[in-house]
Design a binder for this molecule. Structure first.
Ligand code: TTP
Ligand code: MG
Length: 360
Protein backbone atom coordinates (compact mmCIF):
# COMPACT_ATOMS: atom_id res chain seq x y z
CA UNK A 1 0.00 0.00 0.00
CA UNK A 2 1.23 3.44 -0.87
CA UNK A 3 2.04 5.78 1.96
CA UNK A 4 -0.65 8.26 2.81
CA UNK A 5 -0.24 12.01 2.53
CA UNK A 6 -1.49 13.66 5.70
CA UNK A 7 -1.53 17.39 6.37
CA UNK A 8 -1.92 19.02 9.76
CA UNK A 9 -2.90 22.68 9.84
CA UNK A 10 -3.00 24.94 12.88
CA UNK A 11 -3.81 28.64 12.85
CA UNK A 12 -1.15 30.91 14.33
CA UNK A 13 -1.98 32.51 17.70
CA UNK A 14 -5.58 32.11 16.64
CA UNK A 15 -7.70 34.27 19.00
CA UNK A 16 -5.01 36.94 19.19
CA UNK A 17 -4.53 37.02 15.42
CA UNK A 18 -8.26 37.54 14.92
CA UNK A 19 -8.12 40.47 17.34
CA UNK A 20 -5.16 41.94 15.45
CA UNK A 21 -6.95 41.49 12.16
CA UNK A 22 -10.12 43.17 13.43
CA UNK A 23 -8.14 46.05 14.90
CA UNK A 24 -5.03 46.61 12.77
CA UNK A 25 -3.64 49.06 15.36
CA UNK A 26 -2.87 45.97 17.44
CA UNK A 27 -0.62 44.47 14.76
CA UNK A 28 2.93 44.04 16.00
CA UNK A 29 1.86 44.54 19.61
CA UNK A 30 1.76 42.12 22.51
CA UNK A 31 -1.93 41.11 22.56
CA UNK A 32 -3.20 38.83 25.28
CA UNK A 33 -6.66 37.28 25.03
CA UNK A 34 -8.10 35.75 28.15
CA UNK A 35 -10.63 35.57 30.92
CA UNK A 36 -11.32 38.68 32.93
CA UNK A 37 -11.73 38.66 36.68
CA UNK A 38 -9.13 37.95 39.35
CA UNK A 39 -8.78 34.30 38.39
CA UNK A 40 -8.76 34.76 34.63
CA UNK A 41 -6.16 32.87 32.59
CA UNK A 42 -4.57 33.52 29.21
CA UNK A 43 -6.40 31.76 26.35
CA UNK A 44 -3.66 32.71 23.97
CA UNK A 45 -1.41 35.61 23.09
CA UNK A 46 0.25 37.08 20.02
CA UNK A 47 3.78 36.03 19.13
CA UNK A 48 4.94 39.50 20.26
CA UNK A 49 3.54 38.70 23.73
CA UNK A 50 5.19 35.29 23.76
CA UNK A 51 8.56 37.05 23.79
CA UNK A 52 7.74 38.21 27.31
CA UNK A 53 7.28 34.60 28.41
CA UNK A 54 3.48 34.72 28.32
CA UNK A 55 1.64 31.55 27.27
CA UNK A 56 -1.79 29.86 27.31
CA UNK A 57 -3.18 28.90 30.73
CA UNK A 58 -0.97 31.41 32.59
CA UNK A 59 -2.92 33.55 35.10
CA UNK A 60 -3.67 36.98 33.63
CA UNK A 61 -2.22 38.76 36.67
CA UNK A 62 1.15 37.13 36.00
CA UNK A 63 0.95 38.06 32.31
CA UNK A 64 0.31 41.65 33.40
CA UNK A 65 3.40 41.59 35.57
CA UNK A 66 5.50 40.21 32.72
CA UNK A 67 4.15 42.71 30.19
CA UNK A 68 2.37 45.72 31.74
CA UNK A 69 2.22 47.45 28.35
CA UNK A 70 0.38 44.48 26.77
CA UNK A 71 -3.09 44.84 25.30
CA UNK A 72 -5.39 42.59 27.34
CA UNK A 73 -8.64 41.61 25.64
CA UNK A 74 -11.65 39.46 26.55
CA UNK A 75 -12.48 36.28 24.65
CA UNK A 76 -14.95 36.70 21.75
CA UNK A 77 -15.86 33.08 20.94
CA UNK A 78 -18.57 33.95 18.46
CA UNK A 79 -16.17 35.90 16.31
CA UNK A 80 -13.53 33.15 16.42
CA UNK A 81 -16.15 30.54 15.53
CA UNK A 82 -17.23 32.62 12.56
CA UNK A 83 -13.64 32.85 11.31
CA UNK A 84 -13.07 29.16 12.03
CA UNK A 85 -16.03 28.26 9.80
CA UNK A 86 -14.50 30.23 6.94
CA UNK A 87 -11.20 28.42 7.40
CA UNK A 88 -12.89 25.01 7.42
CA UNK A 89 -14.90 25.96 4.37
CA UNK A 90 -11.63 26.46 2.50
CA UNK A 91 -10.22 23.19 3.82
CA UNK A 92 -13.34 21.37 2.64
CA UNK A 93 -12.91 22.87 -0.81
CA UNK A 94 -9.68 20.89 -1.05
CA UNK A 95 -10.96 17.53 0.16
CA UNK A 96 -13.86 16.18 2.16
CA UNK A 97 -11.35 14.19 4.20
CA UNK A 98 -10.98 16.83 6.88
CA UNK A 99 -10.87 16.01 10.58
CA UNK A 100 -11.50 18.99 12.82
CA UNK A 101 -9.41 18.66 15.95
CA UNK A 102 -10.28 22.00 17.48
CA UNK A 103 -11.48 25.45 16.51
CA UNK A 104 -8.19 26.19 14.73
CA UNK A 105 -6.70 22.81 13.93
CA UNK A 106 -7.40 20.01 11.46
CA UNK A 107 -5.98 17.00 9.70
CA UNK A 108 -6.49 16.48 5.98
CA UNK A 109 -5.92 13.28 4.07
CA UNK A 110 -4.82 14.37 0.61
CA UNK A 111 -3.49 10.99 -0.53
CA UNK A 112 -5.95 10.84 -3.42
CA UNK A 113 -5.12 14.24 -4.87
CA UNK A 114 -2.63 13.85 -7.65
CA UNK A 115 -0.83 17.10 -7.04
CA UNK A 116 2.37 18.01 -5.27
CA UNK A 117 1.43 18.16 -1.54
CA UNK A 118 3.54 21.29 -1.04
CA UNK A 119 1.65 23.01 -3.83
CA UNK A 120 -1.66 21.96 -2.26
CA UNK A 121 -0.66 23.25 1.15
CA UNK A 122 0.71 26.51 -0.24
CA UNK A 123 -2.57 27.02 -2.06
CA UNK A 124 -4.49 26.45 1.19
CA UNK A 125 -2.24 28.93 3.00
CA UNK A 126 -2.62 31.50 0.25
CA UNK A 127 -6.40 31.16 0.13
CA UNK A 128 -6.75 31.47 3.89
CA UNK A 129 -4.42 34.49 3.93
CA UNK A 130 -6.29 36.19 1.09
CA UNK A 131 -9.88 35.45 1.95
CA UNK A 132 -9.77 35.13 5.74
CA UNK A 133 -6.74 37.31 6.47
CA UNK A 134 -4.79 34.97 8.75
CA UNK A 135 -1.70 32.79 8.66
CA UNK A 136 -1.37 29.18 9.68
CA UNK A 137 1.33 26.61 10.06
CA UNK A 138 1.18 23.30 8.28
CA UNK A 139 2.96 19.99 8.40
CA UNK A 140 3.00 17.33 5.73
CA UNK A 141 3.93 13.74 6.34
CA UNK A 142 2.77 10.15 5.93
CA UNK A 143 0.90 9.92 9.22
CA UNK A 144 -0.94 12.09 11.72
CA UNK A 145 1.70 12.13 14.44
CA UNK A 146 4.45 13.26 12.09
CA UNK A 147 2.20 15.78 10.30
CA UNK A 148 1.38 17.40 13.63
CA UNK A 149 5.01 17.38 14.69
CA UNK A 150 5.86 19.02 11.35
CA UNK A 151 3.25 21.77 11.70
CA UNK A 152 4.77 22.81 15.01
CA UNK A 153 8.23 22.92 13.47
CA UNK A 154 8.51 26.56 12.52
CA UNK A 155 5.47 28.44 13.69
CA UNK A 156 4.17 30.98 12.78
CA UNK A 157 3.42 30.77 9.05
CA UNK A 158 5.48 27.60 8.75
CA UNK A 159 5.46 24.71 6.36
CA UNK A 160 7.46 21.58 7.02
CA UNK A 161 7.60 18.22 5.30
CA UNK A 162 8.74 15.09 7.11
CA UNK A 163 9.52 12.22 4.77
CA UNK A 164 10.13 8.59 5.67
CA UNK A 165 13.90 8.77 5.31
CA UNK A 166 14.05 11.56 7.91
CA UNK A 167 12.56 9.39 10.67
CA UNK A 168 13.54 8.84 13.43
CA UNK A 169 16.67 11.04 13.10
CA UNK A 170 14.74 14.27 12.85
CA UNK A 171 12.77 13.48 15.99
CA UNK A 172 15.75 12.60 18.16
CA UNK A 173 16.72 16.08 19.41
CA UNK A 174 13.13 17.06 20.25
CA UNK A 175 12.11 17.36 23.88
CA UNK A 176 9.64 14.68 24.98
CA UNK A 177 7.03 17.40 25.51
CA UNK A 178 6.79 17.56 21.70
CA UNK A 179 5.37 14.04 21.62
CA UNK A 180 1.68 14.71 21.35
CA UNK A 181 -0.04 12.52 23.91
CA UNK A 182 2.58 12.63 26.66
CA UNK A 183 1.03 14.43 29.61
CA UNK A 184 2.85 16.74 32.02
CA UNK A 185 2.86 14.10 34.80
CA UNK A 186 4.65 11.58 32.58
CA UNK A 187 7.09 14.26 31.44
CA UNK A 188 7.95 14.94 35.07
CA UNK A 189 8.47 11.25 35.82
CA UNK A 190 10.66 10.79 32.76
CA UNK A 191 12.67 13.94 33.50
CA UNK A 192 13.14 12.58 36.99
CA UNK A 193 15.00 9.56 35.61
CA UNK A 194 16.99 11.73 33.21
CA UNK A 195 14.93 11.35 30.02
CA UNK A 196 14.47 14.66 28.24
CA UNK A 197 14.65 13.98 24.52
CA UNK A 198 13.03 11.62 22.04
CA UNK A 199 16.47 10.13 21.41
CA UNK A 200 16.52 9.02 25.05
CA UNK A 201 12.90 7.86 24.86
CA UNK A 202 13.79 5.67 21.88
CA UNK A 203 16.07 3.66 24.16
CA UNK A 204 13.15 2.44 26.25
CA UNK A 205 11.67 -0.98 25.52
CA UNK A 206 8.00 -1.67 24.92
CA UNK A 207 7.74 -2.88 28.52
CA UNK A 208 9.36 0.31 29.81
CA UNK A 209 6.90 2.36 27.77
CA UNK A 210 3.94 0.43 29.19
CA UNK A 211 5.32 1.02 32.66
CA UNK A 212 5.48 4.78 32.11
CA UNK A 213 2.41 5.39 29.99
CA UNK A 214 0.08 2.46 30.72
CA UNK A 215 -1.81 1.00 27.80
CA UNK A 216 -0.96 4.09 25.78
CA UNK A 217 2.74 3.20 25.98
CA UNK A 218 2.88 0.97 22.92
CA UNK A 219 1.23 3.65 20.83
CA UNK A 220 3.84 6.20 21.85
CA UNK A 221 6.57 3.59 21.28
CA UNK A 222 5.32 3.20 17.72
CA UNK A 223 4.72 6.85 17.01
CA UNK A 224 8.24 7.98 17.83
CA UNK A 225 9.43 5.36 15.35
CA UNK A 226 7.19 6.83 12.68
CA UNK A 227 4.36 4.28 12.93
CA UNK A 228 0.88 5.68 13.34
CA UNK A 229 -1.99 4.28 11.35
CA UNK A 230 -4.82 6.38 12.79
CA UNK A 231 -7.08 7.41 9.91
CA UNK A 232 -8.26 10.95 9.30
CA UNK A 233 -11.84 10.72 10.58
CA UNK A 234 -14.35 12.95 8.94
CA UNK A 235 -16.76 13.31 11.83
CA UNK A 236 -20.24 12.47 10.87
CA UNK A 237 -22.34 12.99 13.96
CA UNK A 238 -24.97 15.28 12.52
CA UNK A 239 -27.98 13.16 11.68
CA UNK A 240 -30.17 15.97 10.41
CA UNK A 241 -30.12 19.73 10.15
CA UNK A 242 -33.25 21.78 10.53
CA UNK A 243 -34.77 25.21 11.00
CA UNK A 244 -38.23 26.19 12.17
CA UNK A 245 -40.20 29.25 13.10
CA UNK A 246 -43.43 30.05 14.93
CA UNK A 247 -45.56 32.77 13.35
CA UNK A 248 -46.86 35.76 15.27
CA UNK A 249 -50.33 34.87 14.02
CA UNK A 250 -51.59 31.66 12.36
CA UNK A 251 -51.49 31.58 8.59
CA UNK A 252 -52.74 29.62 5.58
CA UNK A 253 -50.88 31.84 3.10
CA UNK A 254 -48.93 29.43 0.88
CA UNK A 255 -46.83 32.13 -0.74
CA UNK A 256 -45.69 33.25 2.68
CA UNK A 257 -44.96 29.66 3.75
CA UNK A 258 -42.87 29.19 0.62
CA UNK A 259 -40.96 32.36 1.33
CA UNK A 260 -40.05 31.03 4.77
CA UNK A 261 -39.12 27.62 3.36
CA UNK A 262 -36.92 29.24 0.79
CA UNK A 263 -35.06 31.20 3.49
CA UNK A 264 -34.58 27.97 5.44
CA UNK A 265 -33.38 26.20 2.30
CA UNK A 266 -30.69 28.82 1.90
CA UNK A 267 -29.52 28.45 5.50
CA UNK A 268 -29.51 24.66 5.26
CA UNK A 269 -27.56 24.77 2.00
CA UNK A 270 -24.96 26.94 3.73
CA UNK A 271 -24.73 24.49 6.63
CA UNK A 272 -24.25 21.60 4.23
CA UNK A 273 -21.53 23.47 2.38
CA UNK A 274 -19.75 24.33 5.62
CA UNK A 275 -19.64 20.71 6.68
CA UNK A 276 -19.11 19.37 3.16
CA UNK A 277 -22.26 17.31 3.39
CA UNK A 278 -24.98 16.19 1.03
CA UNK A 279 -28.55 15.24 1.95
CA UNK A 280 -31.14 12.95 0.43
CA UNK A 281 -34.28 13.49 2.50
CA UNK A 282 -36.19 16.73 2.89
CA UNK A 283 -38.86 17.04 5.58
CA UNK A 284 -41.43 19.76 6.12
CA UNK A 285 -42.97 20.03 9.58
CA UNK A 286 -46.17 21.89 10.26
CA UNK A 287 -47.88 22.65 13.55
CA UNK A 288 -51.50 23.61 13.11
CA UNK A 289 -53.44 26.04 15.24
CA UNK A 290 -54.87 23.09 17.25
CA UNK A 291 -51.22 22.13 18.00
CA UNK A 292 -51.37 18.93 15.94
CA UNK A 293 -48.04 18.29 14.26
CA UNK A 294 -47.82 17.02 10.71
CA UNK A 295 -44.56 16.04 9.02
CA UNK A 296 -44.08 15.01 5.44
CA UNK A 297 -40.84 13.88 3.84
CA UNK A 298 -39.45 13.28 0.43
CA UNK A 299 -36.44 11.07 -0.19
CA UNK A 300 -34.75 11.93 -3.44
CA UNK A 301 -33.00 9.68 -5.91
CA UNK A 302 -29.75 11.59 -5.58
CA UNK A 303 -27.87 13.54 -2.93
CA UNK A 304 -28.29 17.30 -3.02
CA UNK A 305 -26.63 20.26 -1.32
CA UNK A 306 -27.65 23.37 -3.25
CA UNK A 307 -30.15 26.01 -2.19
CA UNK A 308 -32.13 25.52 -5.38
CA UNK A 309 -32.45 21.74 -5.00
CA UNK A 310 -33.42 21.92 -1.33
CA UNK A 311 -35.95 24.67 -2.04
CA UNK A 312 -37.55 22.79 -4.93
CA UNK A 313 -37.86 19.59 -2.91
CA UNK A 314 -39.34 21.51 0.04
CA UNK A 315 -41.90 23.22 -2.22
CA UNK A 316 -42.95 19.83 -3.64
CA UNK A 317 -43.44 18.46 -0.15
CA UNK A 318 -45.47 21.50 0.87
CA UNK A 319 -47.62 21.27 -2.25
CA UNK A 320 -48.55 17.72 -1.21
CA UNK A 321 -49.82 18.84 2.17
CA UNK A 322 -53.49 19.62 2.37
CA UNK A 323 -53.65 22.77 4.49
CA UNK A 324 -57.10 22.91 6.02
CA UNK A 325 -56.52 25.15 9.00
CA UNK A 326 -54.23 27.91 10.22
CA UNK A 327 -50.55 27.08 10.72
CA UNK A 328 -48.65 28.15 13.85
CA UNK A 329 -45.24 26.81 12.96
CA UNK A 330 -43.33 25.63 9.93
CA UNK A 331 -40.04 23.80 9.86
CA UNK A 332 -37.69 22.40 7.25
CA UNK A 333 -35.09 19.76 7.86
CA UNK A 334 -32.76 17.64 5.80
CA UNK A 335 -31.53 14.21 6.77
CA UNK A 336 -29.98 11.10 5.28
CA UNK A 337 -26.69 12.98 5.24
CA UNK A 338 -23.47 11.87 3.70
CA UNK A 339 -20.03 13.27 3.26
CA UNK A 340 -18.91 10.70 0.75
CA UNK A 341 -19.42 12.48 -2.50
CA UNK A 342 -19.89 10.54 -5.60
CA UNK A 343 -16.85 11.38 -7.69
CA UNK A 344 -16.41 14.64 -5.90
CA UNK A 345 -13.67 16.70 -7.44
CA UNK A 346 -11.55 18.80 -5.17
CA UNK A 347 -10.40 22.21 -6.35
CA UNK A 348 -7.13 20.63 -7.42
CA UNK A 349 -8.78 17.96 -9.46
CA UNK A 350 -10.91 20.67 -11.01
CA UNK A 351 -7.78 22.59 -11.97
CA UNK A 352 -6.38 19.49 -13.61
CA UNK A 353 -9.69 18.69 -15.25
CA UNK A 354 -9.88 22.19 -16.74
CA UNK A 355 -6.23 22.08 -17.90
CA UNK A 356 -6.75 18.67 -19.51
CA UNK A 357 -9.86 19.95 -21.25
CA UNK A 358 -7.99 22.96 -22.63
CA UNK A 359 -5.28 20.67 -23.95
CA UNK A 360 -7.67 18.30 -25.69
P1 TTP B 1 -3.59 26.69 19.89
O1 TTP B 1 -3.58 26.30 18.46
O2 TTP B 1 -3.00 25.75 20.88
O3 TTP B 1 -2.84 28.07 20.09
P2 TTP B 1 -2.78 29.34 19.15
O4 TTP B 1 -3.47 29.14 17.86
O5 TTP B 1 -3.25 30.53 19.92
O6 TTP B 1 -1.23 29.54 18.93
P3 TTP B 1 -0.25 28.66 18.02
O7 TTP B 1 0.29 29.62 17.00
O8 TTP B 1 0.80 28.16 18.95
O9 TTP B 1 -1.07 27.56 17.41
O10 TTP B 1 -5.06 26.99 20.35
C1 TTP B 1 -6.04 27.57 19.50
C2 TTP B 1 -6.91 28.53 20.28
O11 TTP B 1 -7.54 27.85 21.34
C3 TTP B 1 -6.14 29.67 20.91
O12 TTP B 1 -6.00 30.79 20.03
C4 TTP B 1 -6.97 30.00 22.11
C5 TTP B 1 -7.64 28.70 22.48
N1 TTP B 1 -6.98 28.11 23.66
C6 TTP B 1 -7.53 28.36 24.92
O13 TTP B 1 -8.57 29.01 25.04
N2 TTP B 1 -6.89 27.86 26.03
C7 TTP B 1 -5.73 27.12 25.94
O14 TTP B 1 -5.16 26.70 26.96
C8 TTP B 1 -5.17 26.88 24.62
C9 TTP B 1 -3.89 26.10 24.49
C10 TTP B 1 -5.83 27.38 23.54
MG1 MG C 1 -3.15 27.42 16.75
Amino acid sequence: MDKKVIVHVDMDAFFASVEQMDNPKLKGKPVIVGGSGPRGVVSTCSYEAREYGIHSAMPIFIAKQLCPEGVFLPVRYERYTEISKKVFHILHSVTHKVEAVSIDEAYLDISDIKYDPVHIVNTIKKRIKESVGLTLSAGISYNKFLAKTASEWNKPNGLKVITEDMVPEILKPLPISKVHGIGSKSIERLNHIGIYTIEQLLRLTEDDMTYFFGKYGIEIYNRIRGHDDRPVCTQRETKSIGRETTFDSDTMDKAMLKKVLSEFAEELANSLMEEALFAKTVTVKIKYQDFKIHTKSKTLKRYINSYKDIKEAAFKVLDNINIDQGIRLIGLSISNLTDVRYEQLSIFEWEKFIKDKRRS
